[in-house]
Ligand binder design. Structure first.
Ligand code: FES
Ligand code: FE2
Length: 403
């Protein structure tokens, strides 16, 4: 990491710890309208303009170990699958046969020797080309070259694979701005997949997403866990273009080590500032990762309906050599799951609140400005003029966005 960046962050944490209020020109944040969590028209816009047009994390290269390995991805509502080709490149396609829409891939993941449609047997290669079809003589004028599978944008950050349904989206690495540079210290080309899991929660996806963008809640819901070792008031926040952000929260004591990580292999290239504090990145929209030099989870927030969501945890570790991941990982993940339960406990009740006349909107404080930044970006992506006026978020944070 460049010294100029780490110095800036270190000074930032120092500043936050000592300040007596928000910086002088920090604006009053207008209330976030509650309708953004329940209004069907708003949620339809969000679906079309955010979820179907964003770079979304889909899987790790280890989950597609050889040519023919595939992984289904249906989180945007569209049927998509990823497959590793004979050239070892991972591609994404709509799981939609060009004949009448039958599925090529029928399981969540696995390995296949060929892509054969379940309906009438049209066959495609791993690059999506239509290579065989039954009774071809009976299709008048059908040009096989024009009937390949429709590809979905698929790009990688290290071994992490992202998809985007928008064919015109800017390339992933450009879109992520400075994030790849921050991530490089974690030796991301060699980081390995450990496991993934998820839980369903009865709330709009944004209710829980918001909780992972601030540490203002530490003293209440994590009183006996995270709050004991993190100092929420020293948290340095960096807001980036395209809605991304970083929150670097200092450990209460410089020599503190997460007991769950003791004995775990460490990534030596991680800068001390990041190893000895708690950095949490948000890759807009729905990926939150608290990164440690012993590995990290990707927390992914997926809508499953207007009032329901699923939070997935994908775990990654530095290369452990042969065999299964070290047993220590089980304890580490179990510890984390307990904290996650603290985070999710109120979400269904908050959802009920936002749907009730008791909820008028939410006033956010300086420490919660990442939430406001997230919502500003949502309106930018939807197109402000499309958002019904009472549900709009006024952009006020532009002077506080870095780079
Ligand atoms: S729908 Fe695929 S072969 Fe007919
Ligand atoms: Fe939390």
């Amino acid at each position: 990491m460049e010294a100029a960046i780490t110095d800036h962050l270190r000074e930032g944490m120092e500043y936050e710890r000592n300040r007596s209020g928000p910086p002088e020109h920090f604006p009053q944040l207008p209330d976030i309208p509650g309708g953004r969590y329940v209004d069907p028209q708003f949620l339809a816009l969000e679906d079309a303009q955010l979820w179907k047009r964003s770079w979304l994390y889909a899987g790790h290269a280890d989950e597609l170990p050889e040519p023919g390995s595939f992984l289904m991805f249906t989180r945007t509502g569209s049927p998509i699958f990823l497959i590793r080709g004979k050239d070892l490149k991972v591609r994404a396609f709509y799981n939609t046969c060009r004949h009448r829409g039958g599925p090529l891939v029928k399981e969540a993941c696995g390995h296949t020797r060929g892509l054969v449609c379940g309906y009438h047997g049209w066959t495609y290669d791993f690059e999506g080309k239509l290579i065989n079809l039954r009774d071809k003589r009976d299709f008048v004028g059908l040009d096989m070259h024009r009937r390949g599978l429709i590809e979905v944008r698929c790009e990688q950050l290290g071994n992490w694979i992202f998809i985007n349904e928008d064919p015109d989206a800017e390339p992933l690495l450009e879109h992520l701005g400075p994030i790849p540079e921050y991530f490089a210290q974690y030796d991301i080309d060699n980081i390995r997949f450990v496991k993934k899991d998820g839980v369903d929660v009865e709330c709009n996806v944004k209710v829980l997403m918001d909780a992972f963008l601030e540490v203002y809640h530490l003293k209440s819901i994590h009183q006996h866990t995270v709050d004991r070792f993190l100092d929420h008031r020293g948290s340095k926040i960096v807001l980036w273009k395209n809605g991304h952000s970083l929150m670097l929260t200092p450990n209460r004591r410089p020599d503190w080590v997460d007991p769950g990580t003791v004995g775990m292999k460490q990534i030596p290239s991680v800068d001390e500032l990041f190893a000895k504090n708690n950095p949490s990145f948000n890759l807009y929209p729905n990926l939150v990762t608290p990164m440690a030099d012993s590995g990290m989870p990707f927390l992914l927030f997926w809508p499953t309906g207007p009032r329901s969501m699923r939070i997935e945890c994908h775990w990654f570790a530095p290369d452990w050599g042969d065999g299964e991941p070290p047993a220590l990982w089980e304890t580490r993940i179990a510890n984390f799951e307990r904290i996650l339960e603290e985070d999710t406990q109120f979400a269904p009740q908050i959802q009920k609140s936002v749907e009730s006349p008791g909820f008028k909107g939410m006033p956010l404080n300086y420490q919660e400005r990442r939430i406001y930044h997230w919502h500003e970006e949502l309106d930018r992506r939807i197109g402000r003029e499309r958002v019904p006026e009472p549900l709009r978020v006024t952009p006020v944070l532009h002077d506080f966005v870095e780079g």
